[in-house]
Design a protein around this ligand. Structure first.
Ligand code: F6P
Length: 287
């Protein structure tokens, strides 16, 4: 790995350590503000976003950031790296003490508009659960690190691979009311006795597929939201890089998620991600 990219990842790891601490000790109240999607922000959403911003500002190699919590991309300087992130995905799960996460996609670009997930030079998720872990895709390998008692990330899995297996995480089940194709697919998974593993947090749900090495996560659109709710830049593209480099796949039903160009920062996309054969099954059943 290039030294410079190593430095950028070090910055993001520092942010993750601070967010993990903030989750442990902070209240779970509302911030009294909304993000650009009209979603009510928790104080922890705002705090986590500030932590990532402040850490990125310390590293001159990071010239550009974009956050799910901010309306526009923000130029920090002339550094060649750009970081797109969701500082605290699934934050509504914090008050019931379920796992949540952060998502980062790292590019070399001076604007995010027009980039594709395949342009990412690295992607990383952090899971704040019983332990704090990160999963990192860089240099064609996917690795897991766990935060130890000395506040250091230690390698815990050096070659994460996703094969095939009967586990499913069916997001947006409300879509099955209108979409018989989705209902039929969910029924297929039930009849075939797949194991249900759905927490309501995309990061822990996909972390489970990565670490167990099998499974499918689906989040289709329907009705007034034909593209569903998950964002291409902040959630789906980094997840797709992790899954693809681990040997799985990610599609919107028609196109590989990594090949979708970003037309606007808050672009949403349906997503089927996990074991290759399961993603193909979704594409056949739902596209
Ligand atoms: O985008 C935020 C998120 O919380 C994801 O982490 C999760 O997969 C999804 O929303 C759950 O969506 P819903 O509220 O529709 O179940």
């Amino acid at each position: 790995m290039e030294d410079e990219l190593f430095s950028v990842l070090g910055t993001l790891k520092d942010a993750v350590k601070k967010i993990a601490h903030a989750i442990e000790v902070s209240g779970t109240g509302k911030a009294g503000t909304q993000n650009i999607y009209g979603e009510e922000q928790l104080a922890l959403d705002v705090l986590s976003d500030n932590i990532v911003q402040e850490e990125c500002k310390k590293n001159p190699l990071i010239g550009l950031i974009a956050s799910e919590e901010l309306p526009d991309e923000v130029k920090l300087g002339n550094g060649k790296y750009a970081v797109a992130y969701d500082p605290l995905d699934g934050s509504s799960l914090v008050d019931v003490n379920l796992a949540v996460g952060s998502i980062f996609g790292i590019y070399k670009t001076d604007t995010f508009l027009g980039v594709k997930g395949a342009d990412q030079v690295a992607a990383m998720i952090a899971v704040y659960g019983p332990k704090t872990t990160i999963v990192l895709a860089v240099d064609n390998g996917v690795k897991e690190f766990v935060l130890n008692i000395e506040n250091k990330f230690i390698l815990s899995n050096d070659n994460i691979k996703v094969g095939e297996g009967k586990m499913f995480a069916p997001g947006n089940l409300r879509a099955a009311i209108e979409r018989k194709d989705y209902l039929d697919l969910v029924n297929f998974w039930c009849k075939e006795q797949y194991t249900l593993r759905y927490s309501g947090g995309m990061v822990p749900d996909l972390n489970q597929i990565l670490l167990k090495g099998k499974g499918i996560f689906s989040y289709p659109g329907y009705g007034d939201a034909p593209n569903g709710k998950l964002r291409l830049l902040f959630e789906c593209a980094p997840m797709a890089l992790l899954m693809t480099q681990a040997g799985g796949a990610a599609s919107d039903g028609t196109i590989d998620i990594l090949e979708k160009p970003l037309k606007k920062l808050d672009q949403r996309t349906p997503i089927y991600i996990g074991s290759k054969a399961e993603v193909e099954r979704c594409c056949k059943a739902l596209s």
